[in-house]
Design a protein around this ligand. Sequence first.
Ligand SMILES: *[C@@H]1O[C@H](CO)[C@@H](O)[C@H](O)[C@H]1NC(C)=O
Ligand SMILES: *[C@@H]1O[C@H](CO)[C@@H](O)[C@H](O)[C@H]1NC(C)=O
Ligand SMILES: *[C@@H]1O[C@H](CO)[C@@H](O)[C@H](O)[C@H]1NC(C)=O
Length: 586
Amino acid sequence: MKFAHKGPRKANGQNVVCRHKGRTDSVQDDQALSRILRSSKLYIMFKKLIAAGLLGSMGLANPLPGSEKVLTNPVIYEDYPDIDVFRVGDVFYYSSSSFAFSPGAPVLKSYDLVNWTPVSHSVPRLDFGDEYDIANETDRAYVKGIWASGMRYRESDDKFYWMGCVQSTGKTYVYTSPGHGALEKNGEVQDWEWSRAGVIDKCYYDNGIFFDEDDKLYVSYGNRELYVVELDNDFSEVRSEMIYDSGEDIYLEGSHFYKAKGYYWVVPTQVASGEWALRSKDPFGPYDHRVFWNGLQGPLSNAGYAHQGGMVDLPNGDWWFVAFMDAYPAGRMPVVAPIEWDADDWPSIKLDSNGHWGVNYPMPISTHRKVPSMVGKDKFKGPKLDENWEWNHNPDNEAWEFRKGGGLVLRTASVTEDFFSARNSLTRRAVGPHAQATFEIDIRNMKDGDRAGAAFFRAQAAYIGIHKTGDDARLVMVDGLQLNATSSWQTASNGTIQAEGPSVSGDKVFLRIDADITPAFGLSPVREALFSYSNDGKTWTQLGPAYLLSNSWQFFSAFRYTAFNFATKELGGSVTLESFSVEVLE
Ligand SMILES: *[C@@H]1O[C@H](CO)[C@@H](O)[C@H](O)[C@H]1NC(C)=O
Ligand SMILES: *[C@@H]1O[C@H](CO)[C@@H](O)[C@H](O)[C@H]1NC(C)=O
Ligand SMILES: *[C@@H]1O[C@H](CO)[C@@H](O)[C@H](O)[C@H]1NC(C)=O
């Protein structure tokens, strides 16, 4: 169908990256310096020098990184792209894309726009066809599913709305969750209960939704040709207008819809380098437009330009932008910046003293309220999975459960030799810049032919795990697993055993992925993951060679820590993931 091509769009992205590589070295050096400083003991020394006023002559930008009153971009060192952001009371919400991972469309929460944690998913299950359940080895939904979409709170019925086009069906789906008095509770929501509220037989590609003061629902959507539609309460179109056609040379998409400064605003990205702002006194136009920013340097080295996301107002009336940067192998990570308005009320990004999108800004909001950390240990106490987790495609819910007292039982759910066709692989986004993920797994109930372990997974993958043959539970490191980007993500390789370790004699094994996902976009792959095992969680042995991390963008989703268990002979076996922990290394 018309919109089913990300190819040309991201071809632009590639050009941008090439241009990016031509940036001046001094910019790159400054950013590399700040990154190194942030992640090392040198940093403490650096802070002391700053305190002593000894670094002033180096021209390093204020405010000082590391202070509690200062934020550092990216604000989440994980792959949470296609951002829509809004505020209810004192709480900021952030909706993100998730492709074929299930549940879909994660919702994150923050009190300060900087510290975020996932609290829900707007799409409980990807009910868009058998391919989302991994129907078989050729019918899967990789890269399909949840793309850029819109989410907002409607005061009149105290409900949260999420709307997204699923390109594999060509339809737009609406999901809602009651707010349970969110507005009276200053934005807080205790129980999210998302369910499907409507299906529109049309693709509102990359949409933004907006409830006006008179409660009318407007949706902006489209690529190149941007539209605004008004929908009634049954999501039928009341009126639809094309408000702008950017022509062939400029690719606009990913718009969101706002009201600010007495105007309606449609704010799309110029792929993949900037953002535009279109405004009108009437939702259907005519719209004036300006470039919000384009080709703005910073704040990450070896990444694309900040683009596509959304703006949000603070309770004090200030506006901020939350965009993302193509920063593989880390993925597409959010960066924030304050918005400035000129005398005619056109917005721009507040630049740092170098004229760049800053690495650091003063915190938008000073608050003691905290959201739970996105790193740490999960002992799978149930009754629900932590919202950091998403299954690879829809899970077979008959094949997993919480063990009494803690631990996640993963029964084999597929008989296959193909890791990418195995159901019930449980994933969460890799954490950067450099982190260590540890899986504690009880393997006593594995059956002959079963394969279980810890994968570092995107369209390219590697794992450390157990291959069970007869009674022998053999440690292996497998790499080279690959999906083929040019044949609809069919499996190109089931991988190669790179190293065999000892057989595990006990019931339990600890597996570890140590990965540096610092952005290296536009470079040949340089970042690595190391795999190791332990019998006691204390003494570790590396297995196999370092695994080089792909920087390619075509799969969109970045690497994920993945617990898997599948059968190659017959179903019936299981493993128990007793705990998972991830910690950022200094
Ligand atoms: C795979 O599943 C799809 C949909 O369920 C079906 O149409 C197709 O025939 C299946 N292919 C194979 C090889 O089994
Ligand atoms: C991967 O394994 C499956 C069997 O489960 C097989 O059908 C497929 O051909 C293999 N793919 C490749 C590329 O070897
Ligand atoms: C990927 O698919 C293309 C098109 O079908 C094919 O030409 C190519 O050989 C495949 N690559 C791999 C690594 O299997």
